[in-house]
Design a binder for this molecule. Structure first.
Ligand SMILES: Cc1cc2nc3c(=O)[nH]c(=O)nc-3n(C[C@H](O)[C@H](O)[C@H](O)COP(=O)(O)O)c2cc1C
Length: 211
């Protein structure tokens, strides 16, 4: 059974988030089109997500030396590994993020810090780093106040693509829900257009992902 991991990084409820509304349409269509999919949804603002802090770095150092972890180190590493396991098990990723100050929210970076793991999702070779994940695809549904399509300023989407490519996920589609602050009188139109695109995309993904 193919697994879909929906990861949202937005403390807003769906009714206040345009990208979550579009993601909801995407996920609903995906389920309707392919009932066999095993879908897990995570709102990163509703669960523990571990940042790389002193305890985590200390724990990673101890892995190399074989020294025992403290309870705090063990618990923090377990939180990160929980995310890593979900990430590695999924076939399709659906990310929904808002743009905040030219990037995605910090919790999304913390999520990526949990899943970019040497020896698990990438490894170094003499020729350079190699991604270890294969046959996965990702969708990034991104809400922005301004318009970023066609500019070099969408650091969030570019970074997410780079991080995913680093672990071997190169099939990435971005669905922009953009101009929400720049064109307040066009919000309904922008959301309707993005939802239509989400439906089409979800049908393609559901058709391509077979049991
Ligand atoms: C703290 C904060 C920072 C923001 N920074 C940007 C920004 O750098 N560029 C931009 O275009 N919009 C920015 N916005 C506007 C959001 O991207 C916009 O509200 C968008 O609709 C967020 O997606 P959402 O509706 O799914 O929450 C910012 C909004 C907030 C709350």
């Amino acid at each position: 059974m193919k697994k879909v991991l929906y990861v949202s990084a937005n403390p807003k409820p769906t009714e206040l988030s345009y990208s979550k509304q579009v993601a909801e349409t995407f996920m609903t269509t995906l389920k309707e089109e392919n009932a066999s999919l095993d879908i897990e949804a995570i709102e990163l603002y509703d669960v523990d997500v571990q940042e790389i802090d002193g305890d985590v770095l200390s724990a990673w150092g101890k892995f190399a030396s074989g020294e025992a972890l403290t309870d705090v180190e063990a618990q923090k590493v377990a939180t990160m590994n929980g995310m890593l396991e979900k990430f590695m098990a999924a076939d399709v990723y659906v990310f929904a993020t808002p743009m905040w100050n030219f990037f995605f929210p910090a919790r999304m970076k913390m999520f990526l810090d949990s899943v970019l793991t040497a020896g698990k999702t990438f490894r170094y070779t003499e020729q350079g780093p190699v991604g270890l994940l294969e046959n996965k695809q990702a969708i990034h549904i991104q809400g922005t106040g301004g318009i970023y399509t066609g500019t070099d300023l969408n650091f969030a989407d570019a970074y997410l693509r780079q991080a995913l490519a680093f672990v071997g996920v190169t099939d990435v589609t971005t669905l922009a829900v953009e101009g929400m602050n720049q064109f307040p009188d066009k919000i309904e139109e922008i959301v309707a257009d993005a939802k239509a695109k989400a439906e089409t995309l979800a049908k393609e993904v559901a058709g391509a992902v077979t049991v």
